[in-house]
Design a protein around this ligand. Structure first.
Ligand SMILES: NC(=O)c1ccc[n+]([C@@H]2O[C@H](COP(=O)([O-])OP(=O)(O)OC[C@H]3O[C@@H](n4cnc5c(N)ncnc54)[C@H](OP(=O)(O)O)[C@@H]3O)[C@@H](O)[C@H]2O)c1
Length: 240
């Protein structure tokens, strides 16, 4: 039987790459990065679709290609690509604000819009948006990042409800997932005093691993998770 297709954005490293490794035996993957050559692993038997999501035209072309080349077999999308350009708001350049809004929020919305149309025709599919624990807790110097991530939670909950209004018998699920602090390139530059403060709020006093997010994603995509919908899943080690 032909494998169903799953799109993973930001699959070149970190959490996205861990998700790709975790899903590759079960699904045919569409691996995304801002540049084709950044996808170095999991290419065999899968597809690569590159686009810089801070660029409107590239995002538009990406959505069009996703629909035209992969729409027929698309089962799920995982909007994982994201950037954190941390600064005190008074010093945050507008171009950084625009970039975070584009990559973290507008791109997931436009890709979800494309997927929602595809899933609507088949009455089946999963949209999973990777948010952040910061969306609910807030964090100094990450106000714009937090706003984009909180937007993803609200967007996912609303879209899940919208699917139900359009057709009660559908099997379309829309979810968000909020990781806590996870070992990846994004968290490598966090100052030690912040790290210590954060870890003191986690019962296990350790950072999470990208594989731990990937295992949850695999479960959420499976039939075993068929009644989990319209909610935000925290994977944060019990962060207080
Ligand atoms: N790590 C954490 O502690 C943590 C906690 C909460 C939430 N998250 C969220 O989890 C997701 C993955 O984070 P991570 O830690 O794995 O980050 P990462 O290692 O920095 O990876 C980020 C991914 O996003 C892609 N990306 C960045 N800018 C892009 C752009 N302009 N256009 C298209 N793609 C772009 C990158 O692709 P290329 O570099 O190849 O272009 C890369 O694959 C993000 O949404 C992040 O906000 C992470």
């Amino acid at each position: 039987m032909k494998k169903q297709k799953v799109l993973i954005t930001g699959a070149s490293k970190g959490i996205g790459l861990a998700i790709a490794k975790k899903l590759q035996d079960k699904y045919c993957l569409i691996l995304h990065s801002s540049k084709d050559e950044n996808i170095k692993e999991c290419r065999e038997g899968n597809f690569v679709l590159a686009a810089d999501f801070s660029n409107q035209e590239e995002l538009k072309t990406f959505c069009k290609t996703l629909k035209e080349q992969h729409g027929d077999e698309l089962y799920a999308i995982i909007n994982n690509a994201g950037i954190a350009l941390d600064k005190p708001i008074s010093f945050q350049p507008e171009k950084d604000i625009d970039k975070m809004m584009m990559v973290n929020l507008k791109a997931p919305i436009m890709i979800s819009k494309t997927a929602f149309k595809i899933f609507g025709l088949k009455n089946k599919g999963v949209i999973l948006n990777i948010s952040s624990c910061i969306a609910e807790s807030g964090n100094a110097f990450q106000s714009v990042y937090a706003a984009t991530k909180a937007g993803l939670i609200a967007f996912s909950k609303s879209l899940a409800k919208e699917a139900g209004v359009l057709n009660h018998e559908h099997q379309i699920r829309v979810l968000s997932l909020s990781p806590g602090l996870i070992e990846s390139e994004m968290t490598q530059t966090i100052p030690q005093d912040y790290l210590d403060k954060y870890l003191s709020m986690v019962p296990a006093q350790r950072m999470g691993k990208a594989e731990e997010i990937a295992s949850t994603v695999r479960f959420l995509l499976s039939e075993e998770a068929s009644y989990i919908n319209g909610t935000n899943i925290n994977v944060n080690g019990g962060l207080l």
